[in-house]
Design a protein around this ligand. Structure first.
Ligand code: ADP
Ligand code: MG
Length: 566
């Protein structure tokens, strides 16, 4: 039997191609918003239901389309943006392939409503699985509204791969935020299930937009560099190494108004930081490059996420130098800076070598009421010994045990968290002064996603602004809250997990325990050591931490006897 080669039907080919452009609802939102930007919109409104799986609506006040164009735009390779080879060599718009709308239409139920200036009636098209079902007049203002429902309705396998609505929506917020940062003069409103997640009015500068997204006080702490050379202009904002975070959510590089993923440019920035970063930390940075479009190839990736620059090496070098220079100048000029600045949140181990400069940053407040414990006899304390502020030696009946204080505490906190999730909700400890924590919209989405679980733990997260949350209670007894930094660390870690559909409780409990636990190097009082041991042995699995590392090793009296030849 020989294999038979057939040409795919256009419908099937479209659906396959759709997979390249449409990875998930966020890619649909990105393509539609890009079209609105290309159409000269000043205001773009995005509404999503169920993480975009149910529906996505993008409405703009751009140039709109004539009926003829509207009918054209759902055909493959129909684009108004390039016409000649030369055009392809210097792309000035976000779109250019004429692929997005037909691809999206082929895997969904799509409605397009649009009106050009000067027309009396607008056009309404209904398309199902790429097939035009209806064309009619519609009354509307100039502009375009595209509604996409039932994504992947005809490719169930792909639909299955979609994550929870919350996770899908997080990707949408991230995509919209990035485009919004590149286009400050356009107003953006994004809502999810009728809750507004992002509301950006028109801004007159990139900096104003950055402040609206990340918060003004965060931006004030960023180092700013700019350069203006013949072949490349650029502006960048870089966080000092000591504000490095646990995820890449705040690392963004834009080339000509387009968010890009570029290993080269990323590497260039990191090289600028040199050895100042400790492992697994990600300094925040936002870089805007404008480069002669002739030097930029955006046609290398189906979603245009990757770009190739012909002068990549020079630009990388320039970027590295700029980052290095800014950090050096800052380090030299910032002696005594501490007096002028508001107190900073302690960043724990992250700070690496850079932290010394600021000395001890802030003593973490202990919100736990002093435990009214009975004083133990001196005798009991003698059998507890902390070594190198990291390990606790304790005498037990059969010999000695050696605890890793961090790992042991992790196990304790992990179990407490899991217990709270399973119904024993903690009442939490009210904070004397509710604390407002500044977060970006994608980060707020993560909080939103885990908020019910946080509440079980005893966190009171009272209000959701678009840029901040207010925390008015924390789990009682939690000592390493570090004035909010702990919550930020947890958000970062959840962001790094990417898809947190399965095992969310376990992941959150692990993150909580990791960031809330005593660290190696912390001095413990005899009471604290005793409490740690008591609580550890009250857990269901005292011998391993949530990540599988041992919490303690045992040395039996027989071992000791054997070692000494007794
Ligand atoms: P591309 O953006 O690569 O040209 P698309 O499939 O995304 O391809 O869009 C096809 C064409 O439809 C665009 O070139 C543009 O002319 C038109 N179009 C799409 N969306 C809009 C919109 N929001 N406003 C005006 N015209 C639009
Ligand atoms: Mg497009």
């Amino acid at each position: 039997m020989s294999l038979k080669i057939k040409i795919l039907s256009e419908d099937l080919a479209n659906r396959i191609a759709a997979g390249e452009v449409v990875e998930r609802p966020a890619s649909i939102v990105k393509e539609l918003v890009e079209n609105s930007i290309d159409a000269g919109a000043t205001r773009i409104q995005i509404g999503t239901q169920a993480g975009g799986k149910m529906s996505i609506l993008v409405a703009d006040d751009g140039c709109g389309m004539s009926r003829e164009d509207a009918l054209m735009c759902i055909q493959r390779h129909a684009t108004s943006k390039i016409a000649t080879d030369e055009d392809l060599e210097a792309i000035l718009t976000l779109g250019f392939r004429g692929e997005a709308l037909p691809s999206i239409a082929s895997i969904s139920h799509m409605t397009i409503e649009t009106k050009e200036p000067g027309e009396t009636a607008g056009t309404r098209l209904v398309v199902e699985g790429g097939v035009l079902k209806n064309t009619s007049d519609t009354g509307r203002d100039v502009g375009t509204t595209v509604t996409v429902r039932h994504v992947f309705f005809n490719t169930p396998a792909r639909r299955k791969f979609l994550r929870t609505p919350e996770t899908e929506f997080r990707h949408i917020v991230q995509a919209v935020t990035q485009l919004a940062l590149c286009h400050p003069s356009i107003a953006f409103v994004l809502s999810h299930n009728d809750r507004e997640a992002l509301h950006l009015s028109r801004h007159d500068s990139t900096y104003a937009r950055l402040c609206a997204v990340f918060g003004a006080s965060f931006m004030k702490e960023m180092l700013r560099v700019s350069f203006d050379q013949e072949d490349a202009k650029g502006e960048g904002f870089f966080g000092r190494p000591d504000v490095a975070r646990g995820s890449r959510l705040r690392q963004m590089i834009f080339v000509n108004g387009r968010p890009v993923v570029s290993r080269f440019l990323n590497y260039a920035v990191y090289t600028g930081y040199g050895g100042l970063l400790s492992k697994e930390t990600y300094p925040p940075f936002v870089v805007f490059l404008s480069i002669d479009p002739k030097e930029v190839d955006v046609n290398v990736h189906p979603t245009k996420r990757e770009v190739r620059l012909s002068n990549e090496r020079e630009i990388s070098k320039l970027l590295t130098e700029k980052v290095k220079g800014a950090l050096r100048t800052d380090a030299v000029s910032s002696d005594g800076r501490e007096d002028r600045l508001p107190p900073r949140i302690e960043v724990g181990e992250r700070a690496g070598g850079y932290r010394g400069r600021k000395g001890e940053l802030q003593t973490s407040l202990s919100f736990a009421p002093p435990q009214p414990r009975e004083r133990r006899s001196q005798e009991e304390h003698v059998s507890l010994w902390q070594v190198h502020n990291t390990y606790v030696f304790a005498q037990v009946k059969s010999g000695i045990i050696i605890l890793d204080q961090h790992v042991a505490h992790e196990r304790v906190l992990y179990e407490e968290a899991m217990e709270h999730f399973s119904g024993h909700t903690s009442t939490g400890q009210q904070l004397l002064f509710p604390l407002s924590i500044e977060l970006s919209p994608p980060e707020i989405e993560i909080i939103e996603e885990i908020r019910p679980l946080l509440q079980h733990m005893g966190f009171g997260i009272r209000a959701f602004g678009r840029n901040s949350v207010v925390v008015d209670a924390i789990p009682s007894g939690l000592k390493r809250w570090r004035n909010g930094q702990m919550l930020v660390d947890m958000v970062d870690q959840m962001a790094k997990e990417g898809h947190i559909t399965s095992g969310l409780k376990e992941k959150l409990a692990a993150s909580y325990s990791c960031h809330g636990a005593i660290k190696a190097g912390e001095k413990l009082s005899p009471d604290e050591m005793q409490t740690l041991i008591d609580r550890l042995f009250a857990t269901s699995e005292p011998f391993v931490c949530p990540h599988g590392r041992p919490t303690l090793v045992r040395v039996s009296i027989e071992d000791l006897n054997r070692w000494f030849g007794r």
